[in-house]
Design a protein around this ligand. Sequence first.
Ligand SMILES: O=C(O)CCC(=O)C(=O)O
Length: 260
Amino acid sequence: MPTTTLQRSWSELWQSQGYLTGLKVFPESEIKDYRSQFDALEADQGRSKAEIGLNNLHFTHEFVWRLSTHPPVLEAIRSVLGPDVLLLGNHFFCKYPSESRGDKFVAWHQDVTYWGLEPPRAVTAWLAIDDVDVDNGCMRVVPGSHRHGILTHGTSAMAGNLLSINQEIPEESFDSSQTVDLVLKAGQMSVHDGMLIHGSNPNRSGRRRCGLAIRFISPRVRQVRANSLGRHYRPVLVCGRDEYGHFPRNPVPFQQADGN
Ligand SMILES: O=C(O)CCC(=O)C(=O)O
């Protein structure tokens, strides 16, 4: 549990930088077990699907639900979103060594651009399933870029962008000289504001780079149009109360580990 001083410095960092990183949420012994479950899923579904096509499996796969609602994950999210939190969705972002699947990368973007949310406010927890570093294409962020609103997204001219509609913020639209690499050990997590500019380079290592991106919103947010995949979200209340009722109430798919 962070101390009050730590909470204050977290909050200042969050407001000025738009991200937090290096948060330890699972010890190696536990993430190893979750990694084995992901390995089995990957073997079953195939690498092409595992890259970005394993969406919202928390409704059907208990281990994804457990990863997404692990108390230290939710504690970090509450510290930035407040006491009431909806789990909006999640998906694995899995990049394989370039030589096996080509130069897959994630172009510079802001998450909330095509999610159809009003206000366009969301937070992502990115939980490392594998060790992630510069060589295998860890996430990169532009600190403070969440404070300047949503920038115009164009289309990437490079093949291999993993984003849903090949969106990209052109590099000349922002100052990319201050980019920070989010290097994480498996079991660690970063958290970023939905307006933060971020992306990631191809995986130049011989190792897989897998993380689970877990999206959260406050219940005061509505979805006013379909997202870039033409879908409507099915959020689940994971902390506090929903006094707005903007979404149909979706039952918790699995009991909490403590039986509540
Ligand atoms: O995993 C990546 O490289 C990018 C992640 C990302 O864009 C996100 O979580 O919003």
